[in-house]
Design a protein around this ligand. Structure first.
Ligand code: TYD
Ligand code: MG
Length: 452
């Protein structure tokens, strides 16, 4: 009898009995691959390694003292204070973004603290890892390397050597004999991750899985693992740009939405302690179309430059382009500018860009986007010592935003003298001294006070 099969979306793990061109769940195209249906393993994940009888909530011990700080400040922020012993962490990101580099640097820090780390690579040989380690200045007795892809062998080695941390680079190269499909397929990746989960919980080893994100869905994406693991970190950035953001999107032991900022240098990843300064370096001063704003990344304020170019349309239909922010939001702001600020943008192309390759969809960006476009259109500058933030509503009203005090403190720290903020936030902002604060209530008012 032919084996029973099903079709699985490599991006999100959605299952169907028939092949589909487009995944109804995540919307990606041509990601369905045929996989054999395996006998159901009834107890998977953490449940398989934990007790079977219910316990009273108030008798459960919460000793998360087993946290290990990595002493890489930016990483510790994102993890909420370090790796928890016996946890399973997923580090996802595009190929070549720097995941292996970061993990090797983590190895070094842990090694210096006297911890043992087992680094398993399914992609590189021990020699290749050694070469990279030399470049990063990583060495040490307690750093064990293993070039292996068989999950059972890796688990047996880990149980024998009892490392404090096990790193799997990458989970998409791992395979289990008992699973029929190829390495990198949804079933293989999911089953391997389940085994590592059992190892983490059962033997109290912190396990870090590396997962590649592939746009074409040729490999099972880290999304199919998000529900299994304790913590999900994504490493983002443009490969040709230097800065990298490490973002936590799930954390069972801390807050999410924290970001760490790194810079890729010739000798590995360096922490960027002051991202605002980094983002603003090299900006043009006193030119139309450039506006500084302050956004929040988790609990961290960050100053960035918003740029715009508005030019007469050569073809009938004007082009609008948004790089690093929400396209539809920009279209909406253009409509508001036409209606409420009497700017005739109907015959003009409008481009907006967040400098430095940042990707931000926070609504407090609205005011800066609108002013940048208006400034590019009119040719009037925003004074270079001014920072603008606030949300814009459809009737042209300016709405308040959160964490105003933190934002203004950051603005002050970077030497700016003036900020334009929503009137609703004025009371909160008054607590910050030595700052010239202008508050606005409508887009019209915003246009009047922001440009000279
Ligand atoms: P890598 O960690 O191999 O990426 P991943 O594991 O996410 O696929 O990093 C790859 C890139 O980083 C590579 O193109 C070279 C660059 N790089 C540096 O610029 N400096 C360095 O010190 C190292 C080790 C890598
Ligand atoms: Mg790698």
């Amino acid at each position: 009898m032919a084996a029973k099969t099903r079709y699985v979306c490599a991006n999100c793990g959605y299952e169907t009995v028939k092949w589909l061109g487009k995944c109804p769940d995540c919307g990606s195209f041509s990601t369905f691959t045929e996989e054999e249906v395996l006998p159901k393993n009834k107890r998977t994940g953490f449940a398989a390694a934990s007790a079977r009888t219910p316990v009273r909530l108030n008798t459960v011990k919460t000793d998360i003292e087993g946290r290990t700080k990595t002493d890489i400040g930016e990483l510790d922020i994102v993890l909420g204070g370090g790796f928890v012993q016996g946890s399973l962490t997923l580090v996802g990101g595009d190929p070549g973004i720097g995941k292996s580099t970061l993990l090797l640097q983590i190895c070094q820090k842990l090694e210096q603290k006297g911890k043992t780390v087992l680094y398993v690579s399914g992609e590189e040989s021990a020699q290749q890892i050694k070469l990279r380690a030399q470049r990063l200045g990583v060495e040490g007795e307690n750093l064990l390397l293993l070039a292996e892809t068989d999950v059972n062998t890796i688990i047996a080695t880990a149980v024998e050597t009892k490392p404090d941390m096990l790193i799997i680079d990458s989970v998409q190269t791992m395979y289990l004999d008992s699973v029929a499909s190829a390495p990198g397929s949804v079933t293989q990746v999911r089953e391997s991750a389940n085994r590592f989960m059992q190892l983490a919980k059962g033997d109290n080893i912190s396990v870090v899985l590396v997962g590649h994100v592939t746009k074409d869905g040729s490999l099972a994406g880290p999304r199919v693992l998000e529900h299994i693991v304790d913590t999900v970190l994504y490493f983002e950035g443009q490969r040709n740009g230097n800065y990298r953001l490490l973002r936590s999107v799930k954390n069972r032991f801390g807050g999410t939405n924290e970001v760490g900022v790194f810079e890729m240098s010739g000798t590995g990843l360096k922490e960027v302690k002051n991202p605002s300064e980094y983002m603003l370096s090299g900006r043009p001063e006193d030119v139309p179309g450039s506006v500084i704003t302050c956004i929040m990344e988790g609990s961290r304020p960050m100053l960035i430059e918003v740029q715009s170019l508005v030019a007469y349309t050569n073809f009938g239909i004007p082009r609008r382009m948004a790089t690093g922010t929400d396209y539809n939001r920009v279209i909406m702001l253009i409509a508001v500018l036409e209606k409420c600020a009497d700017l005739q943008l109907g015959n003009y192309d409008a481009y907006v860009n967040l400098a430095g390759g940042m990707k931000i969809t926070e609504t407090s960006l609205d005011c800066a986007l609108a002013v940048a476009m208006a400034s590019a259109y009119t040719g009037k500058n925003v004074p270079p010592d001014t920072v603008i933030f606030g949300e814009i509503g459809l009737t042209g009203e300016i709405r308040g935003v959160s964490m105003v005090r933190q934002r203004i403190s950051e603005i002050k720290k970077l030497g700016f003298k003036r900020c334009i903020i929503p009137r609703a936030n004025l009371k909160e902002a008054a607590a910050v001294k030595d700052m010239d604060i202008l508050s606005v209530n409508s887009v019209k008012e915003l246009m009047k006070v922001s440009m000279k």
